[in-house]
Design a protein around this ligand. Sequence first.
Ligand SMILES: O=C(O)CCC(=O)C(=O)O
Ligand SMILES: [Fe+2]
Length: 315
Amino acid sequence: MAASQSRCKLPIVDLKKDNLKPGTSSWTATCDSVRHALEEYGCFLVVQDHVSAQFEKEVFDVVRELFDLPTETKSQNSLDMFLGYVGQLPHAPLHESMEIPNATTIDGVQAFTDLMWPSGNKRFCETMLTYAKLVAEVEQTVDKMVFASYGAMDHLESHIESSTYILRPLKYTPPEMHNNVDVGADVHTDKSFITMLHQNQVNALKVQARNEEWIDVDFSPASFLVLAGDAYQAWSNDRIHPPRHQVIMKENKERYCIALFAYNYGMVNVPEILIDEKHPLAFKPFDNFDLLRFFLSRTTDMSSSTAKAYCGINA
Ligand SMILES: O=C(O)CCC(=O)C(=O)O
Ligand SMILES: [Fe+2]
């Protein structure tokens, strides 16, 4: 199905299972819509039937239960390579988030669960693992469509094999609880290949398209936002746009969001098919986690893509 425009101006792509039969004309058109959306907007909304309304409710129930834990417990989520627990920030007092690495593996989710609930929480562990796996399935479909549209299918298998997922539940408290400060998350780009975002009913996210227009994301119920990160910009030799985005809370309601970040292990090269006269090689081979480390270690303004500074050839 071709992308259509919503009230919020972002493309909407139908990724329901019946629309996903490779080889059909609808598959090819959808692949091209996905690629076009990522090149011009850096993101698009997905209509999907992988995560049911009933399961979604359960997911947000356990996420709420997680944030209801004492700060002391949540602070145990400290990780070498990632941000871990983020909260009580003077410049973003509404924001709280946590991180679960290896979120599509039982070991990853179990280790996080054991830290938060030393006496166990089977429901949390099973719900989050199932959620991460379902959403990773949608993310891999998006990868497949991107690779197909660029004629880079011979690189897909190794790309998927080296993928790993980090799940970050986020909570934003209402502005009225903090002297009407409304910033939930500062302007940034993601360091992942793709981030899959899902929220409860409260809108607050804005994204900046390639033409620099800021667009309010109007999530319809059950929809996901697929958002490209700096790693996809480098892999695609600067075709995919990693959009700057931010969270500004307008409603006086709690907002919960779940981000699933797809990263890759090992060295990533721009596929040869994406290098031509019009697109000379613009990025050196790079390590996705090193790109993240580079970003986390810098103190200067990093609100735009890190890819050019980290591995750009003319940087
Ligand atoms: O809360 C959101 O909608 C976005 C969160 C985000 O951008 C991030 O965690 O990188
Ligand atoms: Fe982000």
